[in-house]
Ligand binder design. Structure first.
Ligand SMILES: [Zn+2]
Length: 183
């Protein structure tokens, strides 16, 4: 049986290192994802300091972290950056991302049909990418959800940006890697 994709706000005291969490940006227009790594910190993939990027407002620096945009770099255009931020800077309301849901559920909500690896593997991959990066950020092809699902499932998965931005589910479906035969 596939799990339900019901989305419930996280009790952050129950988060485990390796958990894939997400928050809503631009009042729910789209989601931003990361891997919780313990000590109230999250590793996530952002466009990097860019000029006039409305989607990713500056969030720091704060007492605990450098915030989304590294706290400096105004005017520097970067193509993508894996950063470590505190839970507060990551987002106001945080939700736990689910794996192993049915494909029908996955296309309706923010969750993934692939089976996840262990939390430990997700944690290790996130820490590795913090050093090595995750390539060029692309809202559609290489975003924060792709980053987090890569860490946890070994696959870059994201349907939501296409649906949210262009309302074209068919294009989104064609972009998904070949899925499992059964739901
Ligand atoms: Zn912070």
């Amino acid at each position: 049986m596939a799990e339900t994709s019901e989305i419930i706000e996280i009790d952050i005291t129950k988060l485990q290192p390796g958990d894939h969490i997400f928050t809503y940006l631009l009042e729910g227009v789209f989601t931003h994802h990361g891997i919780y790594v313990g000590d109230e910190m999250v590793i996530h993939f952002i466009p990097g300091p860019t000029i006039g990027n409305e989607e990713f407002p500056k969030s720091g620096p704060c007492e605990r972290c450098q915030g989304y945009n590294g706290g400096s770099g105004d005017g520097v255009i970067m193509t993508g950056k894996v950063v470590k931020s505190c839970l507060h800077c990551f987002g106001d309301k945080k939700f736990l991302y689910k794996y192993g849901v049915s494909w029908v559920e996955a296309l309706k909500s923010t969750c993934c049909p692939y089976q996840s690896k262990s939390l430990q593997e997700g944690l290790e991959t996130a820490n590795e990418k913090l050093n090595t990066g995750f390539g060029v950020y692309d809202t559609v092809k290489n975003n924060s959800e792709h980053f987090a699902t890569f860490c946890r499932a070994g696959k870059r998965y994201s349907v939501q940006p296409l649906i949210d931005k262009f309302g074209d589910k068919l294009d989104a479906i064609e972009n998904i890697d070949a899925g499992p035969d059964e739901n």
